[in-house]
Design a protein around this ligand. Structure first.
Ligand code: BEZ
Ligand code: FE
Length: 301
């Protein structure tokens, strides 16, 4: 009969999982057990600390609803989402626009809008125009690419936080024959991540500010190309360097301009960004994306 010690328990667990038929599941679970046990040994985890962790994860789960994904928020604030995105970018067949966080406020069924339509309703903020092209890495236009855009109001709140039954500040566009997209919006504001849940308790306990810099999300898809989940960050925001979820990165910072002579709407305040997509590989069919519409995560399988 075995007698476990802090040094032998890990191998005993790995041994019991040895017969897992799915090789990838086996690899992931073995690594998870090894790292989890090493973590507990390193900090000499006590029973009450272990229970605190269980209670914390329970609260994270209880906070989840069709409009809220607290586990993704936890992953984001621990830098795990960005780590997975960064590794994902390194596996693209071509060097394209980099990924940034999808975040917990993406919604699948945003309204379809025509070229140049406004995504914000009933918001007194400053109008800005978003324009540019979607191309392959050689600059060839991708026509009819789907460009989903979502952001906060000019006061820094997502529609899901204001009234989940009234979609706002989001829309789905398609590129024209030259790969161009054009959307009107209002200038978004940086904001605090949701402060009413266990993740915010963690952020406060760590004396972190809990803010994201102002940004605009994009999800771009074109047949035969790797889906691009990214965001543009507004130059000048005070939290570009210390985004609480590690999404802002230098290559995605954009400058708003007034009177850009190339802007399709003369005289408008505008942001120009050209996106490039990598050709999809066979493997891309299996890799998925970091994040989802919260309601779809809760939907029965
Ligand atoms: C966001 O981009 O909206 C977001 C991302 C991660 C956590 C919270 C919000
Ligand atoms: Fe966001």
């Amino acid at each position: 009969m075995l007698e476990y010690t802090p040094d032998t328990i890990t191998d005993a667990v790995l041994q019991q999982m040895e017969q897992t038929p799915d090789a990838r599941l086996k690899q992931i679970m073995a690594a998870a057990v090894r790292h989890l046990h090493d973590f507990a040994r390193e900090v000499r985890l006590t029973p009450s600390e272990w229970l605190f962790g269980v209670q914390f994860l329970t609260k994270v789960g209880q906070m989840c609803s069709p409009d809220r994904q607290e586990f993704i928020l936890l992953s984001d604030t621990l830098g795990l989402s960005t780590l997975v995105n960064l590794m994902h970018d390194t596996t693209a067949t071509e060097a394209a626009t980099h990924t940034s966080l999808l975040g917990p406020f993406f919604r699948e069924n945003a309204p379809a809008l025509a070229y140049g339509e406004q995504i914000a309703r009933n918001d007194p903020g400053d109008e800005i125009v978003l324009w540019g092209r979607v191309t392959d890495v050689e600059g060839r236009p991708l026509r009819n690419a789907q460009v989903a855009i979502w952001q906060t109001s000019s006061e820094g709140a997502y529609d899901l936080q204001i009234d989940p039954s009234k979609p706002n500040f989001r829309g789905v566009f398609h590129t024209d024959d030259a790969g161009r997209y054009l959307a009107r919006t209002v200038r978004p504001l940086g904001y605090f991540i949701p402060l009413d849940g266990p993740v915010a308790d963690m952020i406060r306990a760590q004396h972190r500010h809990g803010k994201r810099p102002a940004h605009i999300h994009f999800l771009i898809g074109a047949t035969g190309y790797r889906e691009l989940v990214t965001a543009l960050y507004l130059a000048g925001d005070e939290h570009l360097e210390d985004d609480v979820v590690f999404g802002a990165s230098a290559d995605l910072v954009v400058q708003e301009r007034k009177d850009d002579p190339d802007c399709p709407i003369p005289g408008a305040r505008s942001i120009h960004f050209d996106f490039t997509l990598s050709r999809a590989s066979e493997a891309d069919k299996l890799t998925g994306r970091v994040g989802a519409d919260p309601s779809q995560i809760l939907a029965p399988a």
